[in-house]
Design a protein around this ligand. Structure first.
Ligand SMILES: [Zn+2]
Ligand SMILES: [Zn+2]
Length: 243
């Protein structure tokens, strides 16, 4: 179907996805792209997380309802989902989005996340991005989760995006290489809700780019629930997979 798009439609798609001069995953110039901006070679091999899913963390599960990681983790949020496993070429795409100012990737990433959220049938009142500490924010210049949250809010009928309700009040060391226990300790008291009235009695959709052990979104969820939020759902673009 996509091979036969008319000239006008192609022109319109170029306006909507102007960066699609290169594939959003492999970065190569290709003949055709699908509606997200992936070339066909990439799209056929993307590491989608296939069902059935663990009803807590959203990872693929062979049987039962909850994976063994979630039985041990005792997560605070109600349920989480991711679109992809954090493998190539998705991992490279996330790094470009996060560290190399490829902020235009937020749109196609959000599109895929919205489709996954709608498939789950989640309903929520407001969208909250996982915040960066102000020091890290000024170093990086932007919060990638905030870009995703705003795109998702817009695509889901103009849902309220609470960009400043949740704050990161401690600038914690990078968590790369830490296990869940170390991450939990590292993030102790790192988040705080500054505007409780904004989250009180609301069901929150918490947004981040990558789900690793879930400790970051657990700490955020605790702060939101303590401030009176009713429930917290978590949507991330990719999840690391343990075998
Ligand atoms: Zn590609
Ligand atoms: Zn799980």
């Amino acid at each position: 179907m996509e091979f036969r798009v008319g000239k006008f439609l192609k022109y319109m798609l170029d306006i909507i996805y102007p960066r699609s001069a290169v594939c959003i995953a492999c970065g190569r110039e290709c003949k055709t792209y699908n509606r997200y901006g992936f070339c066909f070679a990439c799209y056929e091999n993307l590491p989608f997380i296939r069902p059935p899913h663990c009803c807590v963390c959203g990872r693929h599960i062979e049987g039962g309802e909850i994976c063994r990681l979630c039985v041990e983790a005792n997560h605070v949020f109600t349920s989480a989902l991711s679109v992809f496993e954090y493998n190539m070429p998705i991992s490279d795409m996330v790094k470009r989005f996060k560290y190399r100012s490829f902020t235009h990737l937020a749109e196609p990433m959000a599109m895929l996340m919205v489709e996954a959220i709608e498939l789950r049938g989640w309903s929520f009142d407001a969208v909250v991005p996982v915040p960066l500490h102000t020091k890290r924010l000024s170093l990086r210049g932007y919060n990638q989760a905030e870009y995703l949250a705003h795109s998702i809010g817009k695509m889901m009928g103009g849902k309220e995006v609470l960009g400043t309700a949740l704050m990161r009040i401690r600038n914690t060391p990078s968590q790369i290489g830490m296990d869940r226990a170390e991450r939990m300790w590292n993030l102790y008291n790192a988040f705080e809700v500054r505007q409780e009235d904004l989250v009180k009695d609301k069901t929150i959709l918490l947004i981040d780019d990558v789900f690793t052990t879930g400790s970051t979104v657990d700490h955020c969820s605790s702060a939101l629930l303590e401030a009176g939020a009713r429930e917290v759902y978590v949507a991330t673009f990719a999840t690391t997979i343990y075998h």
